[in-house]
Design a protein around this ligand. Structure first.
Ligand code: ATP
Ligand code: MG
Length: 800
């Protein structure tokens, strides 16, 4: 059903105008046209077209006129298949006939009268079918909302006042809270009929003091007592002979064949869904999602236009909601900070996926990050979770699923903070705290109020490292899911609340924090504009998309320290290395980079012209022979120094010029471990960069060559993709002529970490690029190098 007119040829391939997607080649075009999205849209378009061609537009009706009235009236012109009346006002309708001839008959009739009303009948407007993209996070929409805030925000006198305004503007109103609580009450009444002694408990943003107008209603159905009373519940309803639902079936029949003590969560949720559908007025779009981390029944409430979730195994969430409420009561600066930062994160498209699915931060995780920052202020604004535990009395002791969830029930039990910083300062502090935070090498613990070293969590053999000794071990044996951001839940200590985040999201979060930090230092943040210009929070909320990468960023390739994907043996080594793990990791990365450039991409690597560098340089070799102990001591030395550096130098400034061994030959063995990198003078790499010469366009057409190699069984190399990639290069070199003027470029590796996310950064610079191909090669390397380095680290382990 696809039409040729949907496909347009572009300089870079094809564009499907129906689905609004770009397709680089005919193979992907074929696949797309056969795919589900394209076929569905084609069918929808065809159906719409048929409907348009068979229907008329009728105006002049009123809400008293029903669908049947309209259908009956128009039957005189031909068989009517459908009548759609507009939902909002009920003043117009679309009448669809079986035959197109009926349209003419209806249109040629001069007067249409129905229930005393004069109807007007017109041909249906033919609209071009267009895919309307989801607009929720469209920067234009975000900008529109912000524009509405502008007049109010800009006329306030201080950032503090602006932050309070954000709370007032977005917080749930009293009426909204009341409506939600009435709905909860109604559900309680309904559910208790079916699950005697059950309780419906709201949690999440509706009750944690951070709710906004559109936030969802999270409910926990507590069936703990119901299991005991299930038999009793059955018999009472049976005896009473009550509970006939409108379809004539006895309501207790819903329950009758399920024994709650043996039912699976999915069975119970099906039951919950059925009760919601049948017995709670105004509830629609009920759906069981069993695949979620915690299976859930989703529903929508029409009158309140509210999205809701019911879970049955979520006692911890009810407790962590209590914890957030408590924090809110302990220090009144938390709420304005949370509302402001949540709004900022939404504008920057960093947070806001309600189900926690996808790579964005969810609001719970973001709130924990704010609390962690406040625990780390000087002096602290909020106590650690361990300190809260010690402030609780005996009756407040609480353990859920084996996790200690003890904290005082009332804020009065917690001594007030001596920190007197205002909101404006704290907000700027939040950005600067996370702008410099080493996410890659830390596990954030609100329990202890500090960042725990990632190395504690790396070893397979020490699974309980990082867990509290007084925690029993049942659920706790579970290994923490490490990722680019590791944020321990304050109670369920084996759960990484930010485990869904990917590296790109971590990077965006930190880059936006850096931008915000910079802005917060300017006068525009702190001082109201006398000329009525945007100032304070307004500029902070500019939607994402306007931050341009800086020029220096453009020629660097970053290889993040990814704790989650390191091979096991390296994990163990890093675990043992403790504080000096960065250097050890960096050394391996450098060896792998050399392997990629030399063995896979067949670059000629030469020492720099201005320094001794190479196997035969006795001086350099001697310098390299650093013992493990001196590596450790020099490393900690450097880190100490890094912390005291001023802001204009690279933040962590641990720059290491590792000696990259120049192995001979073209084998893929890399990274002789015997060499140890030597520490550089502070902030300045002592070793010269690699000087690389590339004589062939090895980056062009790799995919095609790879496909050919894979297809051709004789040519297919055995083993890893490293071997395959090497063969691809060899093939290109064999077929393509040499560049007239070889490309020469330098690669300077640098290690960053400690006061920013741990990573290796490679600075690339062309030294001779007569043919102007360096930028193409660079863009290829940007994606290729980090991926291959990761593979090589694993391969090295496999062959060890
Ligand atoms: P909003 O609904 O406005 O986005 P929220 O705080 O209600 O904010 P939800 O994603 O609806 O966030 O989650 C509801 C509650 O479930 C949270 O308040 C928290 O108690 C719990 N929760 C959510 N995500 C997690 C998670 N990743 N780990 C542990 N608990 C979570
Ligand atoms: Mg919620």
């Amino acid at each position: 059903m696809s039409e040729d007119s949907d496909i347009q040829t572009t300089p870079r391939g094809f564009q499907c105008t129906l689905c609004n997607v770009h397709l680089p080649n005919t193979a992907s075009l074929d696949q797309h046209v056969k795919g589900k999205k394209h076929r569905t849209l084609s069918t929808v378009r065809a159906t719409r077209k048929t409907q348009e061609e068979h229907s008329v537009f009728v105006s002049g009706i009123n809400p008293e006129v029903s669908q049947t009235d309209v259908a009956e009236y128009f039957q005189q012109f031909g068989a009517v298949t459908d009548v759609i009346i507009d939902k909002d006002k009920g003043v117009y309708a679309i009448v669809q006939f079986t035959e197109t001839d009926s349209i003419q008959a209806a249109l040629s009739c001069v007067e249409h009268k129905l229930k005393g009303l004069n109807l007007r009948v017109k041909p249906r407007e033919k609209k071009e079918f267009k895919l309307i993209p989801k607009k929720k996070n469209d920067p234009k929409n975000l900008q529109q909302v912000l524009d509405c805030l502008k007049p109010d925000l800009c006329q306030l006198v201080s950032v503090n006042a602006q932050m309070q305004h954000i709370v007032e503007r977005f917080q749930l109103g009293e009426n909204e809270k009341k409506a939600r609580s009435l709905l909860v009450q109604l559900m309680q009444e309904v559910f208790v009929e079916f699950f005697p002694d059950s309780k419906i408990l709201p949690f999440g943003s509706s009750v944690n003091t951070f709710g906004i107008h559109s936030c969802d209603l999270d409910l926990f159905l507590d069936l703990e007592n119901t299991k005991v009373f299930q038999a009793h519940a059955k018999s009472t309803t049976e005896q009473a002979g009550e509970g006939m639902s409108d379809d004539g079936r006895s309501e207790d029949s819903i329950l009758s064949d399920i024994d709650l003590s043996t039912a699976t969560p999915a069975d119970v949720l099906d039951l919950v869904a059925m009760i919601l559908k049948r017995c709670v007025p105004s509830v629609n779009k009920v759906q069981v999602v069993s695949s979620a981390r915690l299976p859930v029944v989703k529903f929508h409430h029409r009158e309140l236009n509210l999205q809701g979730d019911i879970t049955i195994n979520n006692r911890l969430a009810v407790r962590n909601t209590r914890f957030l409420q408590l924090c809110s009561g302990v220090d009144e600066r938390l709420r304005p900070l949370v509302y402001t930062i949540r709004y900022w994160a939404k504008q920057k498209q960093l947070a806001g996926n309600p189900s926690g699915a996808g790579p964005l931060l969810n609001n719970y995780a973001l709130t924990l990050l704010i609390i962690f920052f406040l625990q780390n202020c000087e002096p602290p604004v909020l106590p650690t979770v361990d300190q809260l535990k010690d402030l609780a009395c005996e009756e407040e002791e609480c353990e859920i699923e084996g996790w200690n969830c003890t904290f005082p029930s009332q804020p009065i039990a917690i001594p007030p903070s001596t920190n007197t910083q205002d909101l404006c300062t704290l907000l700027a502090g939040f950005f600067s705290f996370y702008a410099k935070f080493d996410f890659a090498s830390s596990v954030i613990s609100l329990r202890e109020g500090r960042a725990l070293p990632i190395t504690d969590f790396l070893s397979q053999n020490k699974e309980d490292d990082g867990l509290q000794e007084d925690q029993p071990t049942k659920a706790h044996q579970q290994r923490l899911k490490l990722g680019p951001v590791n944020l321990l839940d304050p109670f369920e200590l084996s759960h990484n609340v930010a485990g869904n985040l990917n590296e790109r999201c971590r990077h965006s979060f930190q880059r936006e924090c850096q931008e915000a930090e910079k802005y917060c230092r300017s006068l525009q943040y702190q001082q109201k504009s006398a000329k009525g210009k945007s100032w304070g929070l307004m500029r902070l909320f500019t939607p994402h998309g306007e931050v341009q990468p800086s020029k220096t960023e453009q020629l660097t390739i970053s290889i993040p320290f990814k704790s989650a994907s390191l091979p096991e043996q390296l994990c163990n080594e890093l675990h043992t290395a403790g504080d000096s793990f960065r250097l050890l990791w960096f050394q391996r990365v450098c060896s792998a980079v050399e392997g990629v450039l030399k063995s896979i991409l067949k670059c000629n690597l030469a020492p720099s012209k201005d320094a001794a560098f190479g196997e035969d340089s006795a001086v350099a070799a001697e310098e390299m022979e650093t013992t493990e102990a001196s590596v450790k001591s020099s490393l900690s030395d450097s880190f100490d120094g890094a912390e005291t550096q001023n802001e204009t130098s690279p933040v962590s400034a641990v720059a290491v010029g590792a000696k990259r061994p120049l192995s001979s030959g073209s084998d893929t063995s890399v990274s002789p471990q015997s060499k140890k990198p030597r520490m550089a003078r502070r902030g300045k790499p002592e070793f010269p960069p690699w000087i690389c010469v590339q004589k062939h366009i090895v980056w062009a057409g790799r995919r095609k060559v790879k496909r050919e190699l894979i297809k051709d069984a004789d040519l297919r190399p055995e083993g890893s993709c490293v071997a395959l990639e090497s063969q691809v290069t060899a093939r290109i070199i064999e077929k393509e002529p040499e560049l007239k003027d070889p490309l020469e470029f330098s690669v300077q590796p640098q290690m960053l970490g400690g006061t920013e996310s741990t990573r290796a950064v490679l600075k690339l610079e062309p030294t001779s690029d007569q043919t102007g191909v360096f930028h193409d090669f660079f863009h290829f390397l940007e994606a290729f190098l980090p991926k291959m380095v990761e593979t090589l680290l694993e391969k090295e382990e496999a062959s060890a």
